[in-house]
Write a protein that binds this ligand. Structure first.
Ligand SMILES: Cc1cc2nc3c(=O)[nH]c(=O)nc-3n(C[C@H](O)[C@H](O)[C@H](O)COP(=O)(O)OP(=O)(O)OC[C@H]3O[C@@H](n4cnc5c(N)ncnc54)[C@H](O)[C@@H]3O)c2cc1C
Length: 400
């Protein structure tokens, strides 16, 4: 049987992947007036942050009192805190819940309510959603991506696009388009959320929902066994290895709970996405390697701290979002061109929002041109648009 793609509606911008990078990109592009389709293989938005049960929004400040990320990165932490429990300190707009111990502009959040709120948030911006739909391949004409092939219950569909944003978390689309990529390595992780009789009692006494919803990671040392002894670190681009990563985590989770009173605990949510931190990132025009503390870059799209070390300041280059030979493709979220320490700094939720917002604005700008070219945009015009949206450039921290 010959499989033929059904050619569907064309969009200015097609975003693949509805994690934090993807939702930020889709909303940013739609707010710039672009027609936007957001394709998500699951049926909920948020990616690792919600379906992967990560539920801790790393700081949007530098950990030493100064805010580094605003724009959509700040909008999303506020959105999460507005619909479910939070741990924002009073200084950063909290005050109704138990603040996080670090005093940072960071917060725990409810993955379920945040995900529900994201649906409303993207649709209010005018983004069209396509759930339960897996983007399989980019449709290429030379190095130009003319659309995205999607597999879903309707069959095999082609969505033509002027600009395509890959926010898949593993660079599936850009990798298959031929963009050079590098692979990551991962310790075992299998995070579930549950409650115990004890956590329910604490909640009944002090009303702290965060303590009630307990985070358990079957790959963490705290669990008692950590990464499987003798097992090399996991990749994330081989289906059998992905399956092993998931089944080992599940088996450990079950055996842990089998030792406990079955009437004294419940798992509320299992993850529906493999919890790899680093799968694959593009090799872009430039690569952010995390040694740029305090150094500005001419094509900055905003700033961040380092969630691990207070007082650090980084500017993220626009040229980490694209490869110069692929004129209408952009990366967003944890697949941008960032390596080593740079990958650690940029893969967390707030920085995925930052790169997503920049990718979305850039895509919408490029889509207005007869022959869209994200590599030839006026960086000054992009920066001005981002500045107008409140994105922080924190120039006082940087030497040129
Ligand atoms: C164990 C662990 C702990 C972490 N802890 C923290 C933390 O405490 N705080 C923090 O801020 N960050 C943390 N992170 C990092 C952070 O959660 C993620 O890096 C970030 O959420 C990634 O966002 P993203 O949008 O780039 O990718 P993802 O969240 O992976 O989103 C990608 C989306 O694309 C979809 N998709 C993929 N392929 C396709 C396709 N072919 N077609 C259609 N849809 C597709 C996926 O279903 C998913 O929704 C942690 C990560 C892990 C794994």
């Amino acid at each position: 049987m010959e499989i033929k793609e059904t050619v569907c509606k064309a969009y200015d911008v097609v975003v693949v992947g509805g994690g934090i990078g993807g939702v930020a990109a889709a909303v940013a592009a739609a707010r710039e007036g672009a027609s936007v389709l957001l394709v998500e293989k699951l049926i909920n938005l948020g990616g690792l942050a919600t379906e992967g049960l990560i539920s801790w929004y790393e700081p949007i400040c530098d950990g030493a009192g100064t805010q580094m990320i605003a724009g959509i990165g700040e909008e999303l932490i506020k959105l999460a805190a507005s619909v479910g429990f939070d741990s924002l300190p009073e200084k950063w707009g909290g005050g109704t819940c138990t603040p996080n111990r670090r005093g940072a502009y960071a917060s725990h959040f409810s993955p379920t309510f945040f995900s529900l709120a994201l649906d409303k948030w993207v649709q209010e911006a005018g983004v069209e959603l396509l759930f339960d739909s897996r983007a399989t391949y980019p449709k290429m004409e030379g190095n130009r991506c003319v659309g995205v092939i999607v597999e879903n219950v309707s069959g095999t569909e082609l969505y033509p696009a002027k600009v395509v944003i890959d926010a898949t978390g593993d660079a599936t689309v850009m990798h298959r388009a031929g963009v050079p990529c590098l692979l990551g390595e991962n310790y075992l992780a299998y995070v579930t959320h549950g409650f115990t009789y004890e956590s329910a009692k604490t909640y009944a006494e002090d009303g702290n929902l965060r303590v009630f919803r307990k985070w358990k990671n079957a790959g963490s040392d705290l669990w008692g066994n950590g990464h499987p002894e003798g097992r090399a670190l996991f990749g994330g681009v081989d289906a059998r290895e992905v399956t092993e990563f998931i089944t080992v985590g599940k088996a450990r989770t079950l055996s842990y709970y089998e030792e406990t009173d079955k009437n004294g605990r419940e798992i509320m949510t299992l993850p529906t996405i493999p919890q790899f931190r680093k799968v694959r990132h593009i090799v872009g025009k430039t690569t952010f390697d995390g040694t740029e503390d305090g150094k500005n870059c001419a094509d900055s799209i905003g700033t961040t701290g380092d969630f691990r070390f207070p007082g650090k300041h980084f500017a993220i280059p626009y040229s980490t979002l694209y490869h110069e030979e692929f004129p209408n493709m952009l990366a967003a979220g944890r697949i941008i061109s960032a390596h080593g320490e740079g990958w650690e700094i940029t893969r967390v939720i707030p920085v995925c929002a930052l790169t997503g917002e920049a990718a979305g604005v850039a895509a919408a700008m490029a889509a207005k041109e007869k022959t869209p070219d994200v590599t030839a945009l006026s960086v000054e015009a992009l920066q001005q648009k981002l500045r107008d949206k409140g994105v922080m450039f924190n120039n006082s921290f940087f030497t040129e």
